[in-house]
Ligand binder design. Sequence first.
Ligand code: ZN
Length: 231
Amino acid sequence: MHASQCLLLRPSRPADSFILPLDDEFTSSLQANKIWAEDISTKDPEFFKNSAKGQSPDILWIGCCDSRVPETTVLGKKPGEVFVLRNIANVINPTDIALLSAVEFSVKHLKIKHIVLCGHTSCGGVKATLANNKLDILDVWLQPMRQIREKHAATLNELSAEDKEDALAKLNVQQGVDNLRRIPTVVDAIRDRGLKVHGLLYRLSNGHLEQIDTAEDEQASECRQCTFELK
Ligand code: ZN
């Protein structure tokens, strides 16, 4: 078919009519974005100009996808101040390429000073792990947390349903912090420049972040270093 024939077959309507109708929530969100951007520009005329130049966040936040835990908001930060990776139930799987890429970029190149792994109360992923319903691909994703449930079954089974959820959410963070501390890039940054890895639990009922004990003693730290340090 000749090019001119192709042109003739094109529907004669404006390009923007190809855009599907937007639902109200989406349309209002786009309108809200315009207001937000104008508001920021008014208060800080240099903000977007500086933002376009680059980023230098101090924190890598790894959290759950849950819509109720927006890291930049709950930390009282602005765009550009937190590097973010979120997944279902903030699972730290040492073979997750998305995790390893985010860690590599933020730790090695952005030189972030803190990694924060944050779980939260009433997490759907934690609830799913404590139940025994088939969830297909989610079962694969949640497998590491199911292993934590198995390992701590005796303790967890003593608790009420709500306490059990909180306890598993915390154990998942503690295990996740352990796993993070064994990623070679993190091992090097802890040794060379004192990178810190923290565990937090966000409580939905009051918006507070609670620190989870993820301390390791000197002997454990040295043993980890010797085992996972790669030269
Ligand atoms: Zn969650």
